[in-house]
Design a protein. Structure first.
Ligand code: F6R
Length: 613
């Protein structure tokens, strides 16, 4: 949930590190710090607040080293403060460490180090790491030419929990050591420059030749070389991946905020996600995952496991899987699944959805399911992310980097790829002649243009946002897949505009929540299923009668006179409709947050990828 950047090369490290931190601020932004080596000394500067504030410190501007590490933090252990910010130094100020993840046994390690004469300045779990490295470094044989890497490896062997670390040492000022376990870390290379990052977009403008470290890997970087070691400290060879994301994808590209840019990127993201999986008149192609007719005919259920928006994508595709594959689909929250004893076995197919591929709960749930004999499929947007290494099969969405904390294009891409997967399963099961399947395939190919149309219709949304931005409570209602979209719309509003909201199945209102409806309360209704129009309209009339003001998002033939605010979206099959109906509601949350003057991309208390429990 924090961000790491590192650099070793021939240029000044400071601008590269600060630039990288700005690209990573979406991962955490309550404090930031930087360390470089100058005249064989570590110079470390840290500050509470945003990267911009760190950048404006005079001492930061005068940093001249060509090797350095930097960090932007989202507090877990210890409140946001300059002392708790990274990098952390050992007592002798010889080692500087930046760390993502959580050291679960840090109290034990603190005690061990305190007994050995070390003291601590911060409340963080991280501060044990530089001191442990120092402890082991002193024990290394003087003749050992790989002292630093050995000491780091020994220190990491003592750590329980998750870590991605970068280490500087003033006694070996020409090296950076990096290591990872359960927290991502990559190394980018071009000629004599080497870049380290916890997330590819931070270094994409310098190189797209990226080494992805696996769990247990450690690497020693100098300006001339990189040496990779495995968990047993054996030297290994690695091949860089060539990342095809455009560096501009990690820029705002003229938009005021990343969120708005990403909302408008949805037609492209969906088109890229469909990619070669489907073309007109053809069957869906998922030949890269080994799922046979025999296996599919024998499964007894499908579990879709995820968190937050990704879980809402699961809810949105539950009906299409149930309709086409004819097995019960259970959508489960990863943090709940992992601590229950779910009724799963080798006849259960598990699909885990994670945009970042780094969500700790989702990865743990997948591991549990795998241990119980289930086949697992990961849906992720990030190549080489942790979940992709755990799952039996990985299917990528191709939404491009999602920087804004609020997930938008990942959500619609996830629904798209999962709908294609449901169709593929039906085809594998021999239902390819089914008329509904043909319709759904045609409709999926039309999703990018329908989303483009939905994105044009912003006037009513902007005006409605101006009317409601001071409210304290809002309700979203819908039936079937409209309810799934309502849940996601409600989450978007909460997270970026801090307005409390609830989502209900329209038919449930009268079983309790309608008691909350009084004069001027806002209710947003979604109506995209022809079969349910009358019932949904009646539910909205019930709240209007009780004084509510309403906004209706619909593609049905609903009388203008019934509602004051109607947002018209293109016709789309109800099984796919959240991809289109969510668009005006993503924009509603965006414009409400803007009216309130909030930082849309970096909402309070949130971070882009949640690598802790
Ligand atoms: C909401 C949001 C979160 C994430 C959730 C899962 O806008 O971004 O709810 O969807 O933390 O993240 P991933 O998909 O990376 O596992």
């Amino acid at each position: 949930m924090c961000g790491i950047v590192g650099y070793i090369g021939t240029h000044k490290a400071r601008p590269i590190l600060i630039n990288g931190l700005k690209k990573l601020e979406y991962r955490g932004y309550d404090s930031a710090g930087i360390a470089t080596i100058e005249n064989n000394n570590i110079v470390c500067i840290k500050n509470k607040g945003r990267v911009k504030e760190l950048e404006n410190i005079d001492k930061v501007n005068s940093l001249g080293g060509t090797i350095g590490i930097a960090h932007t933090r989202w507090a877990t252990h210890g409140k946001p403060s300059s002392t708790n910010a990274h990098p952390h130094l050992d007592n002798s100020k010889t080692f500087a460490v930046v760390h993502n993840g959580i050291i679960e046994n840090y109290s034990e390690l603190r005690k061990f180090l305190t007994d050995a004469g070390y003291s601590f300045l911060s409340q963080t779990d991280t501060e044990v790491i530089p001191n442990l490295i120092h402890y082991y470094y002193l024990k290394e044989d003087e003749k050992n030419t790989d002292k630093l890497a050995c000491a780091v490896r020994k220190a990491t062997l003592d750590l329980k929990g998750s870590y991605a670390i970068s280490v500087l040492c003033s006694l070996e000022p020409d090296k950076i050591i990096v290591a990872r376990k359960d927290s991502p870390l990559v190394i980018g290379v071009n000629d004599t420059e080497k870049y380290i990052a916890s997330d590819i977009p931070a270094i994409l403008e310098y190189t797209n030749n990226i080494y992805i470290l696996n769990d247990g890997d450690l690497a020693k970087l100098t300006t001339d070389s990189i040496t990779f070691y495995d968990n047993d400290f054996k030297i290994i060879t690695k091949v860089p991946e060539v990342i095809t994301w455009d560096a501009k994808a990690a820029d705002k590209n003229g938009y005021e905020d990343f969120m708005l840019k990403e909302v408008y990127e949805q037609p492209t993201a969906i088109r890229e996600t469909i990619g070669i999986r489907l073309s007109h008149g053809k069957k869906c192609d998922f030949s890269d995952i080994n799922i046979s007719k025999e296996y599919l005919s024998n499964i007894s259920s499908i579990y879709i496991i995820a968190c937050g928006t990704a879980m809402h994508a699961g809810l949105a595709v539950k009906p299409i899987f149930e309709r086409l594959v004819s097995v019960p689909v259970i959508v489960d929250i990863a943090s709940e699944f992992r601590y229950r004893e779910p009724l799963i076995n080798e006849k259960t197919l598990i699909i885990c959805i994670s945009q970042s591929g780094e969500t700790a709960d989702t990865i743990a749930a997948l591991k549990n399911a795998k241990a119980m004999g289930c086949k697992t499929i990961a849906i992720s947007n990030v190549i080489g992310s942790s979940i992709t290494r755990e799952a039996d099969f990985t299917i990528y969405t191709h939404a491009g980097p999602e920087i804004a904390v609020a997930s938008t294009k990942a959500y619609t891409s996830q629904i798209t790829i999962l709908s294609l997967l449901a169709i593929y399963f039906a085809e594998v099961l021999g239902l390819e002649e089914n008329e509904m399947l043909q319709n759904l395939k045609n409709e999926i190919l039309e999703l990018p243009s329908k989303v483009s149309i939905a994105l044009e219709n912003t006037d009513i949304i902007k005006a409605f946002a101006k009317r409601i931005y001071k409210e304290k409570d809002l309700f979203f209602i819908g039936r079937g897949t409209d309810y799934a979209a309502a849940l996601e719309a409600s989450l978007k509003l909460k997270e970026i505009s801090y307005i409390h909201s609830d989502a209900y199945q329209s038919g449930e209102l009268k079983h309790g929540p309608i008691a909350l409806i009084e004069d001027d309360v806002t209710v947003v209704g979604i109506i995209t299923d022809r079969r349910l129009v009358e019932k949904s309209v009646s539910n909205l009339q019930e709240v209007i009668t009780r004084g509510a003001k309403t906004l209706v998002v619909t593609n049905q033939n609903i009388d203008e006179k019934l509602f004051t605010n109607i947002v018209r979206i293109p016709q789309v099959h109800p099984l796919l409709s959240p991809v289109v109906s969510i668009i005006p509601l993503q924009l509603l949350s965006y414009y409400v947050a803007k009216e309130k003057g909030l930082d849309v991309d970096k909402p309070r208390n949130l971070a882009k990828s949640v690598t802790v429990e």
